[in-house]
Design a protein around this ligand. Structure first.
Ligand code: PMT
Length: 407
């Protein structure tokens, strides 16, 4: 999810730097847009370093020689690309411009051009805040459906006491997440996700692997973070960048994945195993590169079934497996659901073209002990959310049955 953060020219502009971090921790990508006045208070470099993206200022064309500043001309598509716009701090001036539809810099133009939800967090001197013109402008914006995060009261930078201090960053984050429609239904949970393939060495340069890209597992990790969970991501080798706020353990082999899962299991309340773990490993990998000569035979032995081991030790956890099947998909998945003591299994019929391994898309059936739900072909991101919906439902069912046992 991508949010544009508009920073305007007030002393509270420095607080927007922390806001970048807090939103990133929730898995949100940030595009900072600064007004000319904001740059008098804090430099674009700070936001470029924090957000990892060039900052959009009011500069058109020639200013883009600065590596930290992007030309607004190149970013005219921002209005369509963002999922929300948050303006923090918002000065009385920008609020007036928003209310009156002025579009004389990049931020005000973006405000008019975007159809994404907008969150405005004002900060100003108490008299400016209480001025009838400011209040009328705010009423106009509220009536048009824009979210206003009311400022706090207290000592203001101008030396006066009263309303006008930028609301706490956590309050602004909540308003942004609400605007994004982000659910926080996994807050308090620690979700362990396994992702990607494993590699079983044959010799120092060759291995047995599979076509898993890690995309399904990484989507699950990111979706769980967005929904408020802590995430432990145990990843086989992939070309993907893990979400910055997940605890990430990189592994290569099935044995390493097993050891990492077991080492972190105590912390997890939910386990989702999307990894494509090798079922066999080479009994004795060669210490030197094997030379090419005649036919050769590799002796394989089964790896530990990590999911079955987790199922056997699951305690109060919710444990979800994936099943990649090419035939008798439903029957095989049900067998795994039962034999590995799982709460649910996500069936991936990988014989279908365009989904599953190394694709952006997937189509699955989520099987539980009480029924099944089909998720037709969609993005892995959407599939991840549907799997997490199933987790939330399972948790609620478990809570209900514990309560009815007690009463
Ligand atoms: O990574 P992508 O390119 O996005 O592709 C996603 C995916 C197709 C890999 C994913 O959606 C998927 O189906 N993952 C499970 C693949 C798999 O190994 O399925 P399986 O039926 O062989 O294994 C069943 C379950 O047991 C899986 O949860 C697996 O993680 C687990 N397992 C398997 C073997 C083993 N030794 N230990 C395990 O824990």
């Amino acid at each position: 999810m991508k949010v544009a953060l508009g920073v305007t020219g007030g002393i509270a502009a420095y607080k927007a730097a922390e806001l970048v971090r807090l939103l990133q921790d929730r898995g949100v990508r940030i595009q900072v847009v600064m007004t000319r006045a904001a740059q008098e208070f804090i430099r674009p470099l700070t936001f470029a370093a924090l957000s990892g993206e060039k900052v959009i200022t009011d500069l058109f064309g020639s200013g883009a020689e600065d590596p930290n500043i992007a030309s607004a001309v190149e970013h005219i598509a921002v209005a369509q690309a963002i999922d929300a716009l948050v303006v923090a701090p918002a000065t009385a001036d920008v609020i007036a411009k928003f209310a009156h539809g002025e579009a004389n810099d990049f931020l005000t133009t973006l405000f008019l051009a975007t159809t994404a939800p907008v969150v405005i967090a004002p900060a100003m001197n108490v008299n400016m805040w209480e001025n009838a013109a400011t209040q009328a402008n705010l009423q106009t914006l509220k009536a048009r459906g824009y979210a206003i995060v009311e400022p706090d009261s207290g000592y203001l930078a101008c030396g006066m006491v009263g309303a006008g201090r930028l609301a706490a960053n956590e309050t602004i984050v909540k308003a942004v997440l609400k605007a994004l429609g982000a659910r926080q239904d996994l807050a308090g949970e620690t979700v362990m996700v396994t992702a990607g393939p494993t590699r079983e060495p044959i010799d120092p340069v060759r291995y047995i692997g599979n076509r898993s890209s890690g995309k399904m597992g990484y989507a699950l990790a990111e979706a769980a973070l967005r929904r408020g969970a802590k995430v432990i991501l145990i990843s086989g080798p992939t070309a993907l960048t893990p979400p910055s706020s997940a605890e990430v353990v990189q592994v290569q082999t099935a044995q390493q994945m097993r050891d990492a899962v077991m080492a972190h299991l105590d912390h997890a309340t939910i386990v989702i195993k999307a990894a494509a773990v090798a079922d066999f490993t080479v009994r004795a990998a060669a210490a030197e590169k094997i030379k090419r000569k005649g036919p050769m035979t590799l002796e394989l032995e089964p790896t530990t079934d990590i999911l079955a081991e987790v199922g056997a030790k699951k305690g109060g956890r919710i444990v979800i497996g994936f099943a990649a099947e090419t035939s008798d998909a439903l029957a095989n998945a049900r067998k795994k659901l039962e034999s590995k003591s799982l709460d649910a299994i996500v069936l991936n019929d990988v014989s279908q073209p365009g989904i599953g391994f190394d694709s952006e898309r997937n189509a699955v059936t989520i099987l539980t002990h009480s029924g099944s739900e089909t998720v037709p072909e969609t993005s892995k991101w959407e599939v991840a959310h549907r799997v997490l919906d199933a987790v939330v439902k399972l948790k609620a069912e478990r809570k209900k049955s514990t309560q009815s046992l007690r009463s």
